[in-house]
Design a protein around this ligand. Structure first.
Ligand SMILES: [Zn+2]
Length: 475
């Protein structure tokens, strides 16, 4: 047992010393201290996609790392890279996801065209660079789908310094944006009179995030700032119950016609607002009680601030947008059309288990743990599908939010009792069910923030994936 612990410790140390190394690119040789932001339109259907540049501008001083310029984590549906046009040297790269990428999988995309506004941000290059966007192919390998050359001296590039008209405040700061993870929090549907509430919500949800590992232990590696965008009316757009609103950030429930999925498509505005302060990751609070939120890797996450489960949703959605974690649940309705499982998912917390001997997180598994790991799945599935049926009925009846919250509380209590009696409740293994698939996809632990609302803790695979992203921004 002791030796095993030592082994884990050594594996951990080995990984972190590799991560500490500068990735070999001289920041000062290639970049100024500012941020280049490329705004573009991402247009297409279910089967094709196209890119066209909107504008290229100065997004303020560079908040990212100056030593961790390459992203080797292999996360996201998309990936972009910046290379020097003369030497071909890779200068900067990041994985990301987009609203377009999700939209492409819903039935609407088979019939209509869609256009979404997106941005890529990277350090301001001193010389012309080539920007390449890659996307996963059917085998989950990245292939280039678009590229363009950007000359920073060109007249289409606007170097004008950003002068934001918005009021911002710092919740806490621990040091330079270059070696800290910078989170910016925006708010929508808060009136001028409700700004004190916005400040309170920022404090409540940020405090919650830093009670959860690994954020808790790494709090000193973070800065958290917020920007105010008061709206004329209180609350945001909620088309399903027929409550229509126009707000500064255009937050809306009902994205992809899913009642609880809350997104904004006004990327231009949110990027302009966010750039008021240095940032790596963005969170948008919604001044609403109705359960809802969303999280897209390297774009933003959202949460309704007044729901009984807001604290939980905040951390769950941040898991998506910060570390590209997959949902581990599979019994609730989602908008996506689940594909047949023929390739290993790229997300760090789910696996198709094609090769049990080489489980994705095998370094975290104790010898003797059965793979796959038995966990009382049948009993849970029967119960959970029953709850989803009740949930649909309540939504259809348009009941008060309290009734929905009571249902979730009951679900939480009963499923926790099921988990508590399980032999492998604290084990790391391969538990079937996840990523919207009842069968054929496995998660690393019985429970996780990405699975249920029960316990405010990430499973070992999620926790490791989050720590790896913290490393990318805190050195
Ligand atoms: Zn997890």
């Amino acid at each position: 047992m002791k030796n095993l612990f030592l082994l884990f410790l050594l594996l951990g140390l080995g990984w972190s010393s590799a991560a500490q190394k500068n990735d070999g690119i001289s920041y000062d040789r290639y970049f100024t201290g500012e941020t280049m932001r490329v705004d573009y339109f991402h247009t297409g259907t279910a089967t094709e996609e196209h890119f066209s540049i909107d504008r290229i501008l100065n997004d303020g001083s560079w908040a990212g790392s100056k030593t961790m310029l390459k992203d080797e984590l292999n996360r996201g549906l998309y990936f972009f890279s910046i290379t020097d046009t003369i030497s071909g040297t890779l200068l900067y790269s990041r994985g990301f996801a987009s609203v377009f990428g999700e939209w492409q999988t819903i039935p609407e995309a088979a019939e209509n065209w869609g256009t979404f506004h997106e941005s890529l941000r990277f350090p301001w290059p001193k010389l012309p660079v080539k920007l390449v966007i890659e996307k996963r192919d059917a085998k989950n390998n990245f292939v280039a789908i678009w590229s363009t050359v950007i000359d920073p001296e060109s007249r289409i590039v606007n170097p004008s310094l950003l002068k934001s008209p918005y009021t911002s405040f710092s919740y806490f700061e621990n040091g330079s944006p270059n070696n800290h993870v910078d989170i910016v929090i925006l708010g929508d549907g808060y009136t001028e009179a409700e700004m004190p509430k916005f400040h309170k919500d920022v404090a409540m949800l940020t405090d919650e995030l830093f009670t959860v590992e690994p954020f808790r232990s790494r709090k000193s590696d973070f800065n958290v700032r917020a920007v105010e965008t008061p709206s004329v009316t209180s609350g945001v757009n909620k088309p399903h119950p027929g409550v229509f609103n126009r707000t500064p950030l255009s937050m809306s429930y009902g994205a992809f016609d899913s009642e609880r999925y809350a997104l904004t498509y006004d990327n231009r505005t949110i990027r302009d607002v966010a750039a008021t302060v240095p940032y790596d990751y963005m969170f948008i609070l919604i001044n609403e009680r109705t359960y809802g939120g969303g999280g897209i890797f390297n774009l933003y996450s959202t949460v309704a601030a007044d729901n009984k489960f807001s604290r939980y949703i905040f951390v769950h959605e941040f898991g998506h947008s910060f570390a590209a974690l997959a949902d581990e649940y599979y019994t609730s309705d989602v908008s996506y059309q689940a594909p047949e499982i023929t390739v290993e998912p790229w997300e760090p917390n789910v696996t198709a288990l094609f090769d049990p001997a080489n489980l994705k997180w095998k370094e975290l598994v104790k010898p003797g743990t059965p793979i796959p790991t038995p966990w009382g799945k049948e009993e849970f599935d029967t119960y959970s599908f029953g709850i989803q049926k009740e949930r649909r009925a309540l939504r259809a009846a348009n009941v008060a939010e309290t009734e929905m919250e009571n249902l979730f509380e009951r679900e939480k209590k009963t499923s926790q009792e099921m988990f508590d009696k399980n032999k492998y409740r604290d084990a790391t293994g391969a538990f079937e069910g996840g990523n919207y698939m009842q069968f054929g996809i496995y998660r690393s632990a019985l429970d996780c923030i990405m699975f249920t609302r029960n316990k405010q803790a990430f499973c070992p695979a999620c926790s490791r994936a989050i720590s790896q992203v913290i490393e990318l921004y805190s050195r």
